[in-house]
Design a protein around this ligand. Structure first.
Ligand code: ZN
Length: 493
């Protein structure tokens, strides 16, 4: 195994369990592992890389993604929200979109995601889209590190009239799906030099039976794998759980012994106390007491005008906060920035929701949830998952505090090189194992097929057209010249 010393301008190195800023230091990588980080290294090496114009940080752990669908959110879901469902797009848009996406489009989305994730700082992705085997192949080829779940569910939500939500349940409660998920984990875990592992994802709290959730928790404990669940993500879901059980979604999970330190709950936005639900309780203390983690996907809600109340409040309550991307764009750079800023807006406190808080969420907190002391940090024994940022580029200068510059100013253009598991997956802005023009063309074609197929899955009769569901921002330019006056004619009229 080659041993490489990387001399860098700044390294965000881990010491005594927290990130520290090391200037003019070095990282020594042996195979897929960091074996040393410090001011210098006197041992023998096979190679020295001069990265004195680079800031090296640990790669980001993205804890919530739906790779086979999310890239196709663009140009469709923005600027639209249904009042009846408190602005959630879950009830109305997802069934329509799901019916319009073909298999080839899902594969195109996954392929595209590989480049998008690497370019925007994700080195470990937690994917719950349900195309696990294809995703595993794509991840192995692109060089990412991934936790993949082939989701299972007891039922699904549906609206027949656009006014109220209904649920359709499977007789088997999704238990055969859980068995298939367990088999998937056993099939993929350890692949690609152990870059690929599996986890369990029983869809959403309101589409799960108690029996299925209890069985999922039992399997998570047996396999020692993360257990993801969408929780408190819409007003209709919160109200449904309150109506069913007389408890908040988080309270109900506690009551059925679901919560523990393997749980990574997606969203948890509409908790007791949130102004959208107006319901008393102390969900945050429950999460903290059980060491459950939250995958906070700020953008998918912020885009609809909905916010966690508040990100720093959850931290203060002791909840282990992690970050994810969920929708498009699948950018951890954006996730860090929006989380920090919106946390300040909602808490009305500039000094809360800091660069430190979001950087920790994207690294150490997520590693704690994964029970991985070898991820989310740069220290001896950690996997060599490293981001190399430019220190002298337009958006990075002047550079005094590297974390503040990353969180509040950096763009994907400032991320120059990415190493995962000791391998270069991006160098000088070129993603190594993905042909970007090809995946972009395939995603464009996928989008065009999907937009043409919009209609089935809509509750409206007849189904609405794409332009009715997602009106264009501006009308088309009038091509009939007789309708348009020239500026000169206008001036003389
Ligand atoms: Zn999700």
């Amino acid at each position: 195994m080659p041993r490489t010393r990387i001399d860098a301008g700044i390294i965000v190195a881990c010491q005594d369990g927290e990130h520290r800023i090391l200037r003019d230091g070095c990282v020594v990588v042996d195979g897929n592992e960091v074996i040393h980080v410090g001011p210098s290294f006197d041992g023998p090496v096979d190679e020295v890389i001069d990265a004195r114009d680079r800031l090296i940080t640990p790669g980001f752990i993205n804890t919530h993604a739906h790779l086979s669908e999310s890239p196709l959110d663009k140009s469709l879901l923005e600027d639209r929200g249904r009042r009846q469902f408190s602005m959630s797009g879950l009830a109305e848009m997802l069934p329509i979109r799901g019916a319009a996406i073909d298999e080839e489009a899902r594969r195109a989305s996954i392929d595209y995601s590989m480049a998008e994730l690497i370019r925007t700082g994700t080195t470990t992705i937690m994917e719950i889209g349900g195309h696990g085997d294809y995703t595993a192949d794509a991840v192995e080829h692109a060089g990412l590190r991934a936790y993949i779940a082939n989701g299972h569910r007891s039922g699904r939500w549906i609206t027949y009239d656009g006014k109220r939500m209904s649920y359709e349940w499977n007789d088997d409660e999704g238990l055969p799906g859980l068995d298939a998920s367990v088999q998937f984990i056993e099939r993929v875990s350890g692949r690609a030099n152990d870059r690929i592992r599996g986890f369990l994802s029983p869809a959403q709290i309101d589409t799960s039976t108690e029996r299925m959730l209890r069985e999922s928790r039992r399997q998570s404990d047996a396999l020692q794998v993360p257990l993801a669940l969408h929780v408190s993500q819409s007003v209709f879901e919160f109200d449904e759980i309150v109506n069913r059980y007389g408890m908040t979604p988080v309270e109900w999970l506690e009551s059925i012994d679901f919560l523990n330190d393997w749980c990574i709950l997606g969203h948890v936005i509409l908790t007791a106390g949130n102004s959208w639900v107006q319901f008393h309780g102390d969900d945050l203390s429950i999460l903290a007491n059980h060491n459950a983690s939250v995958a906070h996907n700020v953008w998918v809600f912020a885009r609809r005008g909905i916010a966690m109340e508040s990100f720093p409040g959850y931290i203060d309550a002791g909840v282990n906060m992690c970050l994810g991307t969920d929708t498009a764009p699948q950018s951890m750079i954006e996730a860090l920035r929006w989380t920090a800023v919106l946390g300040k807006v909602i808490s009305r406190n500039t000094e809360k929701s800091t660069a430190r808080d979001v950087f920790n969420a994207a690294t150490l907190n997520a590693a704690r949830m994964l029970h991985r002391e070898d991820l989310g940090r740069i220290s001896a024994g950690a996997k060599a998952d490293l981001l190399f940022w430019k220190m002298d580029s337009l958006f990075m200068v002047p550079l005094r505090d590297p974390i503040k510059n990353l969180v509040y100013s950096a763009t994907s253009e400032d991320l120059a090189d990415v190493m995962i598991d000791g391998e270069w997956v991006m160098q000088n802005g070129n993603v190594a194992n993905v042909d970007e023009p090809t995946v972009c063309a395939a995603l464009q074609a996928a989008g065009e097929r999907m937009w043409a197929n919009i209609g089935p899955g809509d509750w409206a009769v007849p189904p609405r057209t794409p332009d009715e569901l997602a009106p264009p921002t501006f009308p088309d330019f009038a091509s009939d010249v007789t309708l348009a006056e020239t500026p000169a004619e206008s001036a003389t009229a």
